[in-house]
Design a protein around this ligand. Structure first.
Ligand code: NAD
Ligand code: ZN
Ligand code: ZN
Length: 380
């Protein structure tokens, strides 16, 4: 089959690879119809995630049709159209039983920190991802969800990660009504966090980014006020906008940045950062009021980051974070989509055949050409 392959920092290609096969009785093989590119894939691309091996295939946001099933993938049949949560989960361990599929202890036995994730390095189990014609899906009857006929592939693919993650980010802010929420990053995850914050009763949503077309999108689609961190001092602007007190909650939908990245140059941390830095996270601590909440969705792959923890500690802030346990949000989010309260495919601005994956990565990484979210369509 054809599959995207990692060729070293900043390089991906599309190559021939052996077709995946059933390796365990609970596996299924999926013919991938749609695989999205995520901001998390950029951390892999930038070499920020330890043990990302040459030749591995990325892709953890997958929709497809079942081609083949193992003898114990009960309830899944060839021909089923499935959306696949990015976490690989056994469904039976202590964590899975409590809905914490992002903490499953059987999908990545080599680590007590990270559960299995599709296409996300050997630190999350070394599973190949779905930016390919076919993918092996472990525990296929546990995580994947049959897609209702009235939900198309583009809406469905957002439910595998970006939408539930943004929703979790707002949920972790513990909103009761009327709060001011600042969201750093107007990418797909941040935009979904903004929409979700409104659904949960926020009184004011402020988006921070530097990419003009994304800030426009945040204003238009997510009803947010916006701040361009290239032109204003974000901390002062949020303080001014909140009578000096600071926001009730903030959400980091950015994550670690490669050393020397344009973002780091823009905010002047070049030279201080070693592996990856945490500009947005530190801004969260500074814009959030005393006693407020900082919700961290951004992925932190490198083993250390420059985090201003003292500010958070002294301001008595609550910090919540985590990989999203996608499965537990699916019933309510599917309902929001089917009833028209959320229109997630509006974020999918770009579609590419698999062969153009390197170009798609480039457009998405450089924030070019109005790209919010890009998907690969391996079978056209
Ligand atoms: P994206 O690359 O499309 O968007 C990130 C945005 O952040 C960009 O628009 C960029 O311009 C902006 N940005 C960069 N530095 C900034 C700063 N200092 N302040 C404000 N904005 C800044 O990525 P995405 O797909 O939206 O993902 C966002 C983050 O969420 C990534 O770190 C990703 O790994 C993470 N993520 C986490 C989970 C989870 O389960 N916790 C799941 C999916 C994605
Ligand atoms: Zn993702
Ligand atoms: Zn488990």
């Amino acid at each position: 089959m054809r599959a995207l392959t990692y060729e070293g920092p900043y390089r991906v290609g599309v190559k021939d690879k052996p077709d995946p096969r059933i390796e365990h009785p609970q596996d299924a093989i999926l013919r991938v119809t749609c695989a999205a590119i995520c901001g998390s894939d950029l951390h892999l691309l930038h070499g920020l995630v330890p043990d990302t091996r040459i030749g591995s295939t990325f892709g953890h946001e997958i929709v497809g049709v079942v081609e083949e099933v193992g003898p114990e993938a009960n309830g899944i049949r060839p021909g089923d159209r499935l959306l696949v949560p990015f976490n690989i989960a056994c469904g039976a361990c202590w964590f899975c039983e409590r809905g914490l599929t992002a903490c499953c202890e059987n999908s990545n036995p080599s680590s007590d920190v990270a559960c299995g994730v599709f296409g996300y390095s050997h630190t999350t189990g070394g599973y190949d991802g779905g930016q390919a014609e076919y993918v092996r899906v472990p525990f296929a009857a546990v995580g994947p969800e049959r897609i209702p006929d009235d939900v198309d592939d583009l809406d469905a693919v957002t439910l595998t990660d970006a939408l539930p993650t943004g929703y979790q980010g707002a949920e972790m802010c513990d909103l009761h009504g009327g709060e001011t929420v600042v969201v750093f990053g107007a990418g797909p995850v941040g935009l979904f966090a903004m929409k979700s914050a409104w659904l949960m009763g926020a009184g004011r949503v402020i988006a921070v980014d530097r990419v003009g077309y994304r800030l426009d999108f945040a204003r238009r689609w997510a009803g947010a006020e916006t701040l361009d961190f290239d032109t204003v001092d974000v901390v002062t602007a949020v303080k001014d906008a909140t009578g000096g007190r600071g926001a009730d909650a903030s959400i980091d939908a950015v994550g670690c940045e490669a050393a020397g990245s344009p973002m780091q140059r823009a905010v002047g941390v070049l030279g201080k950062a070693v592996a990856g830095s945490s500009v947005a996270l530190n801004w969260c601590f500074h814009v959030t009021r005393k006693g407020g909440t900082v919700s961290v969705l951004g992925v932190y792959g490198p083993p250390f980051n420059l985090v201003d923890f003292g500010t958070a500690m002294n301001k008595c802030q609550t910090i919540r974070t985590g990989q999203c346990s996608v499965k537990r949000y699916l019933p309510r989010l599917l309902e929001h989509v089917r009833e028209g309260r959320l229109d997630p495919k509006a974020l999918i601005t770009h579609r590419y055949p698999l062969e153009q994956a390197p170009h798609a990565y480039h457009q998405f990484a450089q924030k070019r050409d109005g790209c919010i979210k890009a998907v690969l369509l391996p079978h056209g």
